[in-house]
Design a protein around this ligand. Structure first.
Ligand code: G3I
Length: 360
């Protein structure tokens, strides 16, 4: 359980924490990270406040890029597979599993004293073609889903700290996303997924995860109301994952703490699960400072929320990022540039963690 950080934060006018931050010019070695030997990694600083600082991991980069592997091992205290625990990867054909890459990440984490966020048991995307092209009855699809969730959660039993059980179930207007799951199984698929995951691995913390739920809006309120209902039905749901994919072209979610406190009040854990802040390319110093503010707002929201247990960035270097391939003309969304040089966003996170640890 996290030590109360309210004393530190209130002492520094917590409300001001969500105001745009001032970037302290920490001297950084050219290869990223602070010069001062006393200073330490984001992961180590975060643990002083009971928050794991994690990163999504690209397994090809982990295998082929030594600086990437070194930074992934040293800077973070949790890891999330960017892709290798997704359905299309682990069950490429029905009933035939390929755990190779996912097991490599779990072994890497164990060797580095890191916890693993499992991502993701049930999503509408990155599904194998045998599933998306199959003509299954509702009963057949429910049995397939139950078997997949059970087999995957059992395979990793005892090795996953938090599972993203259900990913991106909502539309921005607060209605449930149209997917094969909703169409064929009805809204009950969500409760079923959590029950099956819990039966397979009772110790894992089970999260529902989504994007555009950083602030108080129709989507985050609909998700909140669903979780209230699920908890009343004694569905084993433990937490809410707030992805945190931001762009400097939009305002940072300054009401994030107000939003996250709603989940705290339900006794739920929360996590920022996929933080990145994309900028129009080529990026300039002003945009990098705006990017730093985005990361700062996300982390402060977590630090101000008692049961926020993890802050994960969706990749840490611009050298490997999903953003350019998805958002034309945008990129440079991560804490380090393509040469592993730390950006102002890195300093902003360090400042917040030093402050929260009472050393700022
Ligand atoms: O594995 C194939 C490879 O065999 C093929 O040669 C290559 C080129 O076609 O594609 C490879 O698959 C790619 C896969 O990443 C693995 O690298 C897919 O094309 C590509 O679409 C996929 O992108 C991933 C994306 O989810 C899919 O929606 C990103 O890497 C990943 O960062 C992103 O992550 C999601 C989270 O899981 C959920 N939240 C949103 C976030 C961003 O979309």
């Amino acid at each position: 359980m996290r030590k109360p950080i309210k004393a530190v934060l209130i002492g520094t006018a917590a409300a001001a924490l969500l105001a745009p931050c001032t970037i302290n010019a920490f001297a950084h070695s050219e290869h990223g990270g602070p010069k001062d030997p006393r200073d330490t990694t984001l992961g180590a600083l975060g643990q002083r406040s009971g928050v794991r600082i994690g990163t999504a991991v690209d397994m090809a980069a982990l295998a082929d890029d030594a600086p990437y592997r070194a930074k992934a091992a040293s800077e973070f205290s949790s890891v999330t597979p960017e892709n290798v625990m997704k359905w299309e990867v682990v069950e490429p054909s029905r009933g035939r599993y390929d755990w190779k890459e996912a097991d490599k990440l779990v072994d890497f984490a164990r060797a580095n004293g890191q916890l693993v966020r499992g991502h993701t048991l049930l999503w509408h995307n990155q599904l194998p073609s045998w599933l998306t092209t199959g003509d299954f009855t509702a009963d057949e699809l429910r049995a397939i889903l139950r078997k997949h969730i059970t087999d995957e959660a059992r395979h990793f039993k005892g090795r996953i700290w938090q599972w993203d059980v259900v990913n991106e179930a909502f539309n921005d207007d607060g209605t449930l996303r149209d997917s094969i799951w909703l169409r064929k199984l009805g809204p009950g698929y969500i409760a079923d997924a959590f029950r099956w995951a819990h039966a397979a691995d009772p110790k894992a913390k089970l999260f529902i995860n989504d994007y555009n739920i950083e602030g108080v809006n129709a989507k985050s309120t609909a998700l909140h109301d669903l979780v209230v209902k699920l908890r009343k039905q004694h569905v084993p749901i433990d937490g809410v994952g707030i992805q945190g994919h931001l762009s400097v072209q939009y305002n940072a979610p300054h009401d994030i703490a107000e939003n996250m406190k709603r989940f705290d009040a339900l006794g739920l854990e929360t996590a920022i699960t996929e933080a990145d802040v994309r900028v129009p390319m080529p990026s300039d110093s002003t945009e990098q400072e705006a990017q730093a503010e985005g990361y700062d707002v996300l982390l402060r929201g977590c630090l101000l929320t008692r049961k926020c247990t993890d802050f994960t960035v969706w990749g840490f270097t611009d050298k490997y990022s999903w953003v350019p391939g998805t958002f034309e003309g945008e990129g440079a969304a991560n804490l380090y540039d393509e040469n592993y040089r730390a950006k102002p966003a890195y300093s902003a996170l360090r400042d917040d963690l030093l402050l929260a640890a009472g050393r700022g």
